[in-house]
Write a protein that binds this ligand. Structure first.
Ligand code: 5AD
Ligand code: SF4
Length: 579
């Protein structure tokens, strides 16, 4: 079964560190080859993604490429003709899961020799991993990396024509590819990449090697994507970057607060952003968040460690004091803000004092939520070369102690919410009980409550009645049908046809002569009617006919009528959604 492996390119960590000569933007304008369409049209594809939101967004691009071949998504790998395992490399346990997942495809490939398994994502960008995968798993046909998702068609075609296996993992991302197709996973909340890669090189982190140096997308491209999401009715957009706060530094014309303001002005009800690096956080960003009610009062601000010595050795570029003063500024500028964080326990040679400093900061900040990790050495990173004197047992004990401190503040913040009502964007019925919906508050707290499934994708008020550590129980406030009707009304308002109608209507109202003619019509009609049988009937009738003719043929009025009839069709469609 195992055929020849063609290595078109392999990752090289020394190249992965290199910075490009400015960000080059290249358009993706590749039409799929007709032979690919003939082979895969009407067939199914399956994608399993591990890791962060960046990987989820990449999955949408891969799905878009496959759907452009006429393929359909399936949740059952055994039904698929093409499957992709999209991997994560940030910690060892993420990698272990990938091997198990790839193993599951062995029997599928044995039954169907034309079945194509691709492996992609961050883990493939590590030196040696792609070779290991193709050597150990003959069911894998194609390996590609994070920088060349746009090579998928070429690789699929080569594989189709030659029946050989291909590894193409590039290391040097000198460019940003715009215009790739995508298929969104959800119709009401979306991720939008604002930058790729990371320039911070924290000593424990593999991301700058797997995702490359930081490249910001052009503001115009980001805004165009957000405007499209707005017109499509999206309720929430999360702007994604490994370090959103340094957005635009490579372009030099605008920064993250400028982008935030421009995105907020589009009018999408909820804007979020991930992830903030304390080093690049500027007060102007807080002012933008405070100014626009649709920028959610939630900031994910990784601490990693509370000890200055650890922070220095992690290469984080801030001290405990600087972090705490930023937190103070955030809490002062954005009242009611929710703060979440990432903390690593057991970085090499972490002392009891270092760890105590982390506990102290966690207590002082009183995070509304947090992700805690035990340090996992990543080959190729500076920290992986440090000889560590801390045992796994101590690391686990520290992890448990930290979890307790975090849970105490999470619980406290949840308890304070009981009795109050919050807007919740409804995600979907719970797997266990179809009548129970779940969703997130503006501060990113998970709430479960009873309600009809048709509320999925709507923002509804929910009163919190019970608090659990990691979720809240609530009660829907008000009539669910009215919430749905409001949602549908909002969709209608956002439709470009409605916007165009309002624009044309406004232009007509501002045209003094035209309005005079429109306003005079009832009187001119009346005069003509009253003059029937009198001498000036002909004259009055002619005036009326001329006026009606002018109004009926006026381009602006014709345009408005045409748009109005399109709106009637839209309303019919929305009536369908409501019923
Ligand atoms: N070990 C443990 N945790 C890590 N993270 C990144 N690299 C490692 C590592 N080698 C954590 C950091 C980061 C989050 C996404 O993953 O806390 O913020
Ligand atoms: Fe990794 Fe640090 Fe960059 Fe975050 S800021 S992606 S932890 S290198």
């Amino acid at each position: 079964m195992s055929s020849k492996v063609n290595y078109l390119s392999c990752p090289d960590l020394s190249k992965a560190r290199l910075k490009g000569d400015g960000t080059k933007v290249v358009p993706f304008d590749m039409e799929p080859d007709h032979r690919l369409i003939e082979a895969y049209k009407g067939k199914k594809y399956f994608i399993k993604t591990y890791g962060c939101q960046g990987n989820v967004r990449d999955e949408e691009t891969m799905a878009g490429l496959l759907e452009a071949l006429g393929m359909e998504r399936t949740s059952r790998p055994s039904e698929s003709k093409i499957s992709i395992v999209n991997t994560c490399a940030v910690r060892e346990n993420a990698e272990s899961k990938v091997y198990g997942e790839i193993g599951k495809f062995k029997s599928i490939k044995e039954k169907d020799k034309d079945f194509v398994l691709c492996v992609s994502g961050c883990m493939m960008q590590e030196e040696g991993k792609a070779n290991l995968i193709v050597d150990s798993y003959p069911q894998v046909s194609i390996v590609f990396g994070t920088h060349n998702i746009n090579s998928l068609y070429d690789l699929l075609l080569e594989n189709l024509l030659k029946k050989e296996r291909f590894v193409d993992v590039r290391s040097f991302p000198g460019e940003i590819v715009e215009g790739l197709p995508y298929k969104r996973l959800l119709p009401y909340k979306a991720y939008v990449d604002i930058s790729y890669g990371c320039d911070k090189f924290c000593t424990y982190c593999i991301v700058p090697y797997t995702r490359g140096r930081e490249r910001s997308r052009r503001m115009g491209d980001i805004l165009a994507e957000c405007k499209k999401l707005y017109a499509e009715g999206y309720q929430e957009v999360t702007l994604l970057g490994q370090n959103v706060n340094s957005y635009g530094k490579d372009i030099g014309e605008y920064g993250f607060s400028d982008l935030l303001e421009e995105v907020a002005k589009i009018g999408i009800p909820r804007i979020r952003f991930l992830t903030s690096h304390p080093f690049d956080f500027e007060h102007s960003m807080l002012e933008a968040i405070a100014k626009y009610p649709n920028i959610m009062p939630w900031i994910h601000l990784p601490l990693q460690s509370g000890s200055d010595d650890m922070l220095r050795r992690m290469g984080r570029r801030y001290t405990q004091k600087e972090y705490l003063s930023l937190v103070e500024d955030i809490r002062r500028t954005i009242p009611g803000v929710s703060l979440s964080t990432d903390i690593i326990v057991g970085f090499p040679n972490e002392t009891d004092e270092d760890f105590d400093a982390t506990l102290e900061v966690a207590k002082q900040v009183a995070y509304e939520s947090a992700f805690t990790f035990i340090y996992s050495p990543r080959n190729g990173t500076p920290a992986a070369r440090i000889k560590d004197n801390v045992s796994d047992k101590i690391k686990h004990e520290r992890f448990v102690r930290l979890t307790k401190v975090i849970e105490a503040s999470v619980e406290k913040s949840s308890d304070l919410m009981v009795g109050n009502t919050y807007d919740v964007l409804v995600d979907g019925p719970s797997k266990r009980d179809k009548e129970v919906l779940s969703g997130y508050t503006e501060g990113n707290k998970l709430v479960n409550f009873k309600g009809p499934q048709y509320l999925v994708g709507c923002i509804v008020p929910v009163k919190i009645i019970e608090s659990h550590t990691y979720s809240l129980i609530g009660e829907l406030v008000g009539d669910p049908l009215l919430h749905k009707a409001k949602f549908v009304g909002d969709l209608l308002r956002r439709d470009p046809v409605v916007e165009e109608y309002q624009r044309v209507d406004q232009a007509i109202k501002e045209d003094g002569k035209l309005m005079e003619a429109i306003d005079s019509l009832p009187q001119v009609k009346k005069d003509a009617a009253l003059s029937i049988g009198s001498l000036n009937y002909e004259e009055k009738r002619n005036t009326l006919l001329k006026l009606e003719d002018m109004l009926n043929t006026h381009p602006m009025i014709k345009n408005r009528e045409n748009l109005y009839s399109q709106i009637q069709d839209l309303i019919e469609e929305l009536r369908g959604i409501l019923s």
